[in-house]
Design a protein around this ligand. Structure first.
Ligand code: UD1
Length: 417
């Protein structure tokens, strides 16, 4: 099994080019079921994307991935299976996003329940709640969601009891082909959702957004040929920003619109870090006297849960007691025991981690538990004394494109063994 070996405490300098967003590509790949010929560019070449492509191939889409220019070309064949089997959904929850488009276009779907994962139980009840409101008949049998819309879906007013990225996406994808008007309220409005909406608009959809309310007038899925460029990955950019704040002589993060990271940039500035932004880049350097900070994870435009673990590493280097409350997932502090093994002083009470800094981290052999926890251990290894070995890096490969290469280009000592 592959591991990452890091020799810490090396100053970083150089440019980092941000890749396309994984969380944007996944729902847009599912949305491609609504078209007949789709060309996606700026796609990140990471494991989750290949898994989604495998699932679409199984369903009956012909897929050509051109790695050299990060393009995926999808063409719908005539023989479509409306099934998403367990083996293709269990490793990647986003597989459940094929439910909405299959149901709206082919009037039925059988999709495996994705099950829990390391960071929490992650149910799909809100996805099903929305689809039922649109008129789908749904039952759960043998671990599968069996959905039927033989009479077609019908527009409805749906208010989500809590904000969910995936449920908003599945509801949008189903409402695309529902008859009449759908009004979704208390929606997630992450930039990745806006990217999905811009894709659906290219497919002819009439969609309007006002705050957390999204209105969509249904269309019958057309034989359409469309091109779409995926937005850049704000979570990847946020991760490298923290690397720059920890060790940067000067790191320039390119191909990212700083506006999508305003909240995070303001936090870093409050902590005393120097940041200069331009239209499509962010330049960042480390500072010696980091101020403590208190954060709470919230849906966009709040502080993202996907950057919680990375910010915690930064907190270990700040002066005094920093706090971070995880409000989205119930079990997303799996990185804490590993950080503590490296010398971090962290206590968890209820949903809050109390981080006492600054502490000197020491290299150790550690275990990655999920995607963002893995990258937080990389950041910890980069600032620690001596060597850090990170096991189970397949988690990292699910969502970070060319991670070692990007760090090596900035003079970090990191390699895969
Ligand atoms: C997406 C992102 C993930 C990110 C998360 C929150 C993708 C592929 N993944 O995941 O990286 O961490 O948003 O920003 O885009 N919930 C329910 N019932 C449901 C659905 C969700 O109770 O039917 C709960 C979840 O357990 C969680 C919260 O709602 O506590 C938010 O989850 P959600 O926004 O749905 O996350 P994902 O779409 O799975």
């Amino acid at each position: 099994m592959q591991k990452l070996l890091i020799k810490g405490r090396k100053e970083l300098s150089g440019n980092i080019l941000i890749s396309g967003s994984k969380n944007s590509t996944l729902p847009i790949l599912a949305a491609s079921l609504l078209a007949t010929d789709v060309k996606l560019t700026n796609v990140p070449l990471v494991k989750d994307i290949f898994t989604m492509c495998k699932l679409l191939k199984f369903i009956g889409i012909s897929i050509k991935i051109k790695k050299s220019n990060k393009t995926i070309h999808l063409k719908q064949k005539t023989n479509i299976k409306t099934l998403a089997p367990y083996k293709l959904v269990k490793t990647m929850r986003a597989g459940v996003l094929v439910l909405g488009p299959l149901l709206t276009k082919f009037k039925k779907a059988k999709v495996s329940l994705p099950g829990g994962c390391a960071i929490g139980t992650r149910p799909v009840d809100l996805h099903l709640f929305a689809l039922k409101k649109l008129g789908a008949k749904i039952k759960i049998k043998d671990g599968y969601i069996i959905a039927d819309a033989s009479k077609g879906l019908k527009g409805a007013k749906i208010k989500f009891p809590l904000v969910s990225v995936g449920a908003t996406e599945n509801a949008l994808l189903a409402a695309y082909g529902a008859k009449g008007k759908t009004v979704l309220s208390n929606c997630a409005i992450e930039p990745e959702i806006l990217d999905l909406i811009s894709f659906l608009k290219k497919l002819g959809s009439d969609i309007k957004i006002f705050g957390r309310t999204i209105t969509i007038i249904g269309k019958s899925p057309k034989n359409k040929k469309i091109n779409h460029k995926i937005i850049f990955d704000r979570i990847e950019a946020g991760t490298y920003l923290i690397a720059g704040a920890l060790l940067g002589k000067k790191i320039v993060i390119k191909k990212i619109d700083p506006k999508t990271l305003i909240f995070e940039i303001n936090i870093l500035k409050k902590m005393g870090i120097k940041i200069i932004t331009s239209k499509n880049s962010i330049s960042i350097s480390r500072t010696n006297n980091l101020k403590k900070i208190e954060l709470i994870t919230k849906p966009y435009p709040g502080f993202p849960t996907d950057l919680q673990a990375q910010f915690m590493v930064l907190m270990t280097q700040a002066n005094g007691l920093s706090k971070i409350k995880e409000n989205i997932f119930e079990n997303r502090f799996m990185h804490v025991p590993e950080l503590k093994r490296m010398g971090a002083k962290i206590e968890i009470k209820n949903k809050t981690a109390y981080v006492y800094g600054p502490s000197n981290l020491n290299g150790a052999e550690v275990m990655a538990t999920d995607l963002r926890a893995s990258v937080c251990l990389v950041l910890a290894g980069l600032i620690a004394n001596n060597r850090t070995i990170i096991n189970r890096i397949y988690h990292l490969d699910r969502g970070y494109e060319f991670l070692e290469k990007k760090f090596q280009n900035c003079k970090a000592e990191i390699k895969r063994i």
